[in-house]
Write a protein that binds this ligand. Sequence first.
Ligand code: AMP
Ligand code: ZN
Length: 467
Amino acid sequence: MLVYNSLTKKKEEFVPLEEGKVKMYVCGPTVYDYIHIGNARPYVIFDTIRRYLEYKGYEVNYVQNFTDVDDKIIKKANAEGVDSKVISERYIAEAKKDAEGLNVEVATKNPKVTEEIPEIIEMIQTLIDKGYAYEVNGSVFYSTKSFDGYGKLSGKNIDDLEAGARVAVDDAKKSPMDFVLWKPKKDGEPYWTSPWGDGRPGWHIECSVMAKKYLGDTIDIHAGGEDLIFPHHENEIAQSEAANGKPFAKYWLHNGFINVDNKKMSKSLGNFFTLREITAHIPYDVVRFFILSGHYRSPINFSSELMEAAGAGLDRIKNSYKSLLFFESKATGEMNEKEKELNLEADKFKLDFEKAMDNDFNTADAITAIFEISRFANTNVNENSSKEFVTSIREKFLELCNVLGIIPFEENKNSSISEEEIQKLIDERTAAKKEKNFARADEIREELLSKGVVIEDTRAGVRWSYK
Ligand code: AMP
Ligand code: ZN
């Protein structure tokens, strides 16, 4: 399996530190508002990578943080006249709802900065003790020049950066490229007691601390959006490698942006749509499918046309899967010789799928493999197929969908009736029609309709769907 590593800038064979196990850390959102579609991209992409690693048999320890101390959270809290915890907890709950909607697997751990302060203080102290950080009037800064490898991820040169930097507003820093590890308390801000006085951590230190605490000094995969390469991930490397004396992450993975008119979708530019706004009109699974329909490192332009195309593609997959379910419910018996051959032929889609995903998680090509198995099913499965054959094809189809987190059957969580009850009523209606009890047959049709289920009589039998 080849993975593009932003650290070495090439595709490398994926070999985890420990056989069969993957330690993966993904930078999570700053929780001061609903997440936007751009933020949804790393959620979906790294969840899909995790699912694929699990499909390959790895046990994945997946850690994604919530940044719950930040200027923007404090600003919103002050504007609403509430504690900043009220704001962060509100948007953590909302982000979790969105992640669930996107069918993102629950992380092994979602640490929050406010719950990791002792460990943060400990790492800052280690950096001071080892000569990588210094304190000035209650602030602690990391001295980027003291770390030899500074710039190795972003490819930036520290002297060029320094020459290009504006004169520091913050005079306390020895160099404009130094960054803050601990900030002194200001009025109206949350704070904690530390050896350098009351204050709160800077942004970058949290991820170094949480990765170490929950995954260890060296991890397999560190991931996030490409805007995090510099300075956030560069600073994380400087902190972790200086404090632990070991390499930090073996593979660095970064997703490209979701753009609007070729500009990154972001809160600061104001060109964003929250996932909530979008999912008021477009189902979450279409958004997930849209995100997966491009390669994760390429930029995607957000547009309603692309979203519609994603919806149409997903519908094709669902319709094909629904037909399989329908034929499976009617079919009986075992595979004949011809079906055995076809069944073997269908393994090719799984190989195509794996080939795509083994090539740096090419979900676009993986989706093509799913379209191919759906086309194969449409052509080769019908009312004459044996149950064994239909089930086998349907299971191959479903397995691939599951890896991408796509649910190919309609779920209607609002329906008050289970699929079994629906089938029972349909069977009762068929029996009623046979006995020419059309009044009862109509009654059942109405009852199903009132529960959001539409039925359709076809040559091959009764088919149903949610309204
Ligand atoms: P933030 O809350 O801004 O720190 O972002 C949370 C995650 O979303 C980070 O991994 C960012 O890199 C990522 N992200 C933010 N905006 C976009 C975008 N327009 N496209 C793709 N990823 C983004
Ligand atoms: Zn981070």
